[in-house]
Write a protein that binds this ligand. Structure first.
Ligand code: ADP
Ligand code: ASP
Ligand code: MG
Length: 417
């Protein structure tokens, strides 16, 4: 049994959905197919949610644009206008409208999780119906009833034991060979929809593979495989043919978004290989990620995390930043779910590099100002080089201002502008 995952880029238009069909047709194995929202739908839904509090007209306008985007894709894929897909998607958009304007929620995060998952519901309903219309029989699974989580909205934790029971029941391969379901979303024990964090569909695929003891997972991407740098930011890149789980987790953790950092653990635990392959060139070999003992090439790998903030704390009375102080700092970070990408300390200072994506960073600074003198810089980049050489470092740091530099045996990190 194989698990496939198709991201938004692979199904951004009707051609993409047809391409998915052609890829799936090449395989005769039992399959679980995990699909994300079409194209940039999740971003659009986040914007619609924000506008719903501020500007109703603009919000409705964006809502209509999103609806037309889905309607156009359905029109291309289903020439028979009596196909039930038309009313099914219409109904889901009505539910989305209700969540936006009719229903009341206790918190922003709770509302987010009732709203944003519609992207995955639209996409999987369309893709599943399309495959069925093309004689690729498959069963649509509502993962909101199967993947059970706690109620940490927007970053829900999966209850693996409860989920295992439901997964075995739903994906039993008794009458079906192919199942199609949503990534990124789940359901809480209280009956609310939850999300696993942005880009979480990769993670869903890995969890299902783990629970179903899949033979392998293939994530179909817009690149040939895992490259030694993000082709969006680096001109010359090379594909890595085989890398270890450990290598992959280092790359993913420090920002190589081709793989979600959380997906490696469930696969590693069951020794399930992960293949990153191209949906544009589906016959290409891609990259294999497995328990290879050693990294098989000495190629430097560059990983870039943008929009970073570097915050440095100095005790006002020149006292040392010791265990007690550190424990207070980390307690705050943990309570506010702020991920630290890099830390550096001296006797009388402590610096941390964090994502500057939301208002959490500003609140953090205000909180720290109560106890410390605080200096910070934003709009920085965290550059990680695995298997670095002097040449590789020069190539990417020349002419840049370096704020922090750290080197271990295999990895160099630079916080730079
Ligand atoms: P999905 O559509 O499945 O969510 P993503 O967009 O998250 O896919 O991941 C694919 C993107 O990851 C590529 O378009 C590429 O820009 C980016 N990327 C970042 N680092 C790497 C890397 N080392 N190798 C390949 N792609 C990378
Ligand atoms: N659609 C979700 C997102 O854009 C999940 C995913 O694509 O992995 O974050
Ligand atoms: Mg992704």
């Amino acid at each position: 049994m194989l698990v496939f995952k198709f991201g938004g880029a692979s199904v951004k238009d009707s051609k993409g959905v047809e391409n998915l069909l052609n890829i799936v047709k090449k395989f005769s194995d039992n399959l679980v197919i995990v699909v994300s929202a079409l194209g940039k739908t999740t971003n659009a839904l986040e914007e619609i949610l924000k506008l719903s509090f501020e500007e109703t007209d603009k919000c409705i306008n964006k809502f209509e644009i999103l609806k037309s985007y889905h309607s156009n894709i359905i029109n291309d894929l289903f020439p028979d206008k009596n196909n039930t897909i038309y009313s099914e998607i219409e109904n889901e958009f009505k539910k989305l409208y209700n969540v936006l304007f009719e229903e009341k929620y206790d918190s922003f995060d709770l509302k987010y999780d009732q709203l944003v998952p519609f992207g995955e519901i639209f996409s999987t309903t369309i893709v599943s119906a399309f495959l069925n219309s093309q004689q690729l029989s498959n069963k649509w699974i509502d993962i909101r009833k199967v993947l059970i989580t706690d109620d940490t909205y927007r970053e829900a934790k999966i209850d693996m034991e409860l989920t295992k029971v439901k997964v075995d029941d739903s994906f039993n391969f008794k009458n079906d060979k192919i199942y199609l379901t949503q990534g990124f979303i789940g359901g809480s024990k209280k009956g609310f929809v939850t999300t696993l964090g942005r880009e979480g569909s990769d993670y869903t695929a890995a969890v299902l593979a783990n629970l179903l003891n899949a033979e392998k997972v293939i994530v179909w991407k817009d690149v040939e495989g895992v490259l030694n740098a993000d082709p969006q930011y680096f001109i010359e890149t090379e594909k890595l043919n085989k890398i270890s789980y450990q290598e992959a987790v280092e790359l993913a953790y420090f920002g190589a978004k081709v793989i979600h950092p959380k997906m490696l653990k469930p696969l590693h635990n069951k020794n399930i290989p992960l293949y990153v392959r191209s949906f544009i060139n589906p016959d290409g070999p891609g990259t294999e990620i497995d328990c290879f003992k050693q990294y098989d090439q000495d190629l430097p790998i560059f990983v870039l995390k943008k929009d970073q903030m570097l915050i440095s704390l100095f005790p006002k009375d020149l006292s040392f930043v010791m265990e007690d102080e550190l424990s207070k700092i980390f307690k705050y970070l943990s309570e506010h779910r702020i991920k630290v990408n890099l830390i550096q300390n001296s006797a009388i200072s402590f610096s941390l590099c964090i994502d500057n994506a939301n208002s959490k960073a500003k609140q953090l600074i205000e909180r720290f100002k109560e106890d410390y003198k605080v200096l910070y810089n934003d709009q920085l980049e965290l550059l990680t080089i695995r298997h670095y050489s002097d040449d590789a470092i020069n190539k990417v740091t020349k002419g840049r201002k370096i704020y922090i530099e750290q080197r271990s045996r295999h990895t160099a990190h630079f916080v730079i502008r």
